[in-house]
Design a protein around this ligand. Structure first.
Ligand code: SF4
Length: 460
């Protein structure tokens, strides 16, 4: 909802908030963990929480059995991503204990980072847990592969998925089709080529297509590519004269900042950044932070270290989600923490994509438009993020670019100005309208009735 004040004063009051590393020894399983262990990337990886038993070993009796049962139900029936939560991220949930008057379990249920990293069955919507138009590969990235893991969707840029794993798995992952381990609800697509052959195929395609100038090097998360392999791939990219932008996608800059602070990684990034600068290529890191609580001093240190060794920019691409950050105050708190405390540019917020079992996270286009309106004017213009809808077969559109919008049934229509790699022969690709759908539970009763009728007719 728009947060228009009913009385005098500004809708949002900025106050500088210093970053704080929550004390991990408050959690029963980490009472004896030292600062040296905490700062070790290896300790963080080994101690990631991968299942209910391991979560219980960390949180113990702080959280009631009902939560663990709720999580088990979700894991067995609904989760599209397997569990993988680095200690760094778990430590930012209920960071300073339960507020007065609330049990720890209730605070844990309500926690914004928990809501997307450790989803439970009771979070999901009972009616319409998935939109009827939800699909596994909702952005059709796999359909647009021009080599294994290389998606050519926009004319001048490609997405290079080097691998299909991350140091952390987010419940809402848009690449749930490919990324992570299979879950009881979703068996994942597998990359088949050996990494070395996959990378050769990417480089060959880029050399053969000089119209592509921008490569988003992603996955998964590049923090899971052994550094030597990643450096070799990046150096090969930088040798291609036509490549002018290289962006490294890593949520681990926030989820496992210890990785990016390892001396061999820092030295390697410095070598790559120096080469990029000499060749006039813009090298940037794109990370993925969804809530201000995730920004701690060690995250800021990792981001600033990357800037110090010559990365031109560290930018944030968050995902807009109900219960996590889809309110004006939460977004502005996050953006001020990114921009003012961590040296990370608030760049985009994506609307959560139409994947299965994600309706409880998604917001309507109208809600996203209101948020965009309400965050304007507070941050420096260049650091005011754009809220974008990634429309299937179209790509990112600013939320106010909608061409037509049926609010009653929650269907918005969008146009585009380029062909994706699978539309070379489609004569109407640039004139037709492409649909995007609001979550049904946010519609007026007449709209919800319309969708029920559609479903009944389809099942008849
Ligand atoms: S880090 Fe990115 S790719 Fe990995 S699970 Fe999260 S959203 Fe998906």
């Amino acid at each position: 909802m728009s947060e228009v004040p009913t009385d005098a004063g500004q809708p949002y009051e900025y106050r500088r908030v210093p970053l704080v590393e929550p004390d991990w020894t408050r959690l029963p399983g980490w009472r004896d963990v030292t600062a040296a262990q905490w700062e070790s990337a290896q300790w963080q990886r080994v101690n990631c929480v991968k299942n209910v038993r391991q979560l219980r070993a960390v949180l113990g009796d702080l959280v009631d059995d009902r939560f663990y049962a709720d999580l088990e139900t979700d894991q067995q029936n609904l989760a599209t991503m397997s569990m993988l939560v680095p200690p760094q991220m778990l430590n930012t949930m209920v960071p300073h204990g339960a507020p007065e008057g609330q049990t720890y379990t209730d605070a844990f249920y309500a926690d914004p980072v928990r809501r997307y990293m450790i989803p439970v069955a009771s979070d999901r919507l009972a009616d319409w847990p998935s939109h009827p138009h939800a699909t596994r590969d909702s952005l059709h990235e796999h359909d647009m592969w021009v080599a294994e893991g290389l998606t050519h969707r926009y004319p001048t840029k490609v997405l290079a998925e080097l691998l299909s794993t991350c140091p952390q798995y987010c419940g809402h992952c848009t690449r749930m089709d490919l990324v992570g381990n299979s879950t009881p609800a979703v068996s994942k697509l597998k990359l088949e080529l050996k990494p070395v052959d996959r990378y050769d195929a990417h480089i060959a395609y880029l050399k053969a297509h000089p119209g592509v100038r921008d490569v988003v090097v992603s996955g998964g998360d590049v923090a899971n590519v052994p550094w030597k392999q990643l450096e070799a791939y990046l150096m090969r990219l930088l040798e291609i004269e036509t490549i002018r932008d290289v962006r490294l996608a890593t949520k681990a800059l926030m989820g496992l900042p210890q990785h990016w602070l390892q001396p061999d990684v820092v030295e390697g990034v410095e070598r790559v950044a120096r080469t990029a600068r000499r060749r006039g290529v813009n090298l940037a890191i794109h990370t993925h932070v969804n809530h201000a609580n995730s920004l701690t001093p060690i995250v800021a240190k990792a981001a600033r270290t990357m800037l110090e060794v010559g990365v031109r920019d560290v930018r944030n691409q968050g995902v807009l989600m109900r219960g996590v950050n889809a309110q004006t105050h939460d977004l502005l708190d996050l953006c001020f923490a990114l921009q003012g405390e961590a040296g990370i540019l608030p760049y985009y917020f994506y609307m959560c994509d139409m994947i299965p079992h994600a309706e409880h996270w998604r917001v309507s286009v109208a809600h996203a438009q209101r948020l965009q309106h309400d965050i304007m004017g507070y941050l420096p213009g260049y650091a005011t993020p754009r809220i974008v809808c990634d429309v299937p077969f179209v790509g990112k559109r600013w939320v106010h670019m909608v061409t037509e919008y049926d609010r009653e049934n929650g269907i918005s229509y969008w146009t585009k100005n380029y062909r994706t790699s699978i539309e070379a022969e489609e004569s109407d690709a640039l004139t037709k309208r492409y649909a995007y759908y609001d979550p049904i539970d946010t519609l007026p009763e007449s709209g919800r009735r319309w969708w029920r009728k559609q479903a009944e007719e389809q099942n008849a």
